[in-house]
Ligand binder design. Structure first.
Ligand code: C2E
Ligand code: MG
Ligand code: MG
Ligand code: MG
Length: 290
């Protein structure tokens, strides 16, 4: 702190430096209160197979701020990482996701997975123990949870990542690589990793209609995934044209505003139930005369 003040003095008064610092301190203080007051909630976005069947929902954390309303993760995850709060946030998210999977099971929808995002610091810390705890506490079945990791988390320390990922796989948790294509993956590691899915980053899906290179990138990722016996999920599907192109080119699963925006659990469940085939037991039960 003294060093900071000294440096600040040397360059003269810097109002923006002070404002940023105090804003950040305020944010850290409010985040501590948020943990105390349980202000974190999950939004859920449904994921569908290319044939239209629902397959999963992704849990996306939100901060329900008492004055500012819903704050997206982009505005607090990094601060949580830098101030030592990410482990606790990650455990809360895992616990909430596990509880919601129990609710899915109670509705007869237990075969659908819930995908949970993981941050780099959390992955390097106690992810395995935290996941195991959440699964045991809530009696989750294998396949209930998927974890979304990024390329950089894995490639930072591949040997260690492989060990953690293998242990997680043995717990019955599948692993997806999020935002695939935006990082630097080593193909020789990709081949060795216990990965189930690649999520094609939404930046490659956005301009599919008029960008040749984006179409080539999507086709290459789909081909790579096939060669490595992985599945693909396209993120950020916003138009019927994008959905149709991706489905025609063999993407396995789709997610995006066009198919369903992130919403409260009940909303995501409703979208999934609407897309169930007529012979699904839940649909059959709903249409049985009372
Ligand atoms: P992500 O995992 O790649 O999640 C997708 C993001 O894209 C979400 O933003 C989602 O709301 C948004 N999205 C979904 N469909 C569309 C679409 O069709 N168009 C557009 N433009 N956007 C779409 P969100 O919820 O703000 O999350 C941002 C990022 O924050 C996530 O990116 C993920 O990396 C991170 N995150 C979310 N929840 C958690 C969490 O519980 N823990 C950690 N560590 N990170 C999280
Ligand atoms: Mg994700
Ligand atoms: Mg993503
Ligand atoms: Mg993304």
């Amino acid at each position: 702190q003294a060093k900071r003040l000294g440096r600040n003095r040397a360059v003269g008064y810097d109002a923006s430096f002070d404002a940023n610092t105090s804003e950040r301190l305020q944010l850290v203080k409010e985040l501590r209160e948020a943990f105390e007051n349980n202000e974190f909630v999950l939004a859920f976005q449904p994921v569908f197979h290319r044939d239209g069947r629902p397959v999963a929902m992704e849990a996306l954390v939100r901060w329900n701020h008492p004055e500012q309303g819903e704050i997206p993760p982009g505005r607090f995850i990094t601060v949580c990482e830098e101030s030592g709060m990410i482990g606790e946030l990650g455990r809360r998210v895992l616990t909430m996701a596990a509880k919601h999977h129990k609710r899915l099971s109670a509705l007869g929808l237990g075969q659908f997975r819930i995908a949970v995002n993981v941050s780099a610091a959390q992955f390097a810390e106690s992810l395995y123990e935290d996941v195991q705890q959440a699964m045991v506490d809530h009696g989750l079945r294998p396949g209930a949870l998927e974890l979304e990791l990024t390329e950089s988390m894995i490639m930072d320390n591949p040997e260690r990542a492989i060990a953690t990922m293998e242990a997680l796989t043995h717990l019955g948790v599948s692993i997806a690589v999020d935002d695939f294509g935006t990082g630097y993956s080593s193909l020789s590691y990709l081949k060795r990793l216990p990965i189930r899915r690649l999520k094609i980053d939404r930046s490659f899906v956005r301009d599919l209609a008029d960008n040749d290179s984006d179409r080539s990138i999507c086709q290459s990722v789909i081909a790579l995934a096939k060669a490595l016996e992985l599945e693909t999920v396209a993120e950020g599907v916003e138009t019927p044209a994008q959905r149709d192109w991706l489905a025609e080119h063999g993407v396995d699963e789709l997610q995006g505003y066009f198919l369903g925006k992130p919403t409260r659990f009940e909303g995501a469940v409703a979208l999934m139930v609407k897309a169930l085939p007529a012979d699904h037991p839940v649909v059959a039960a709903l249409s049985r005369p009372m």
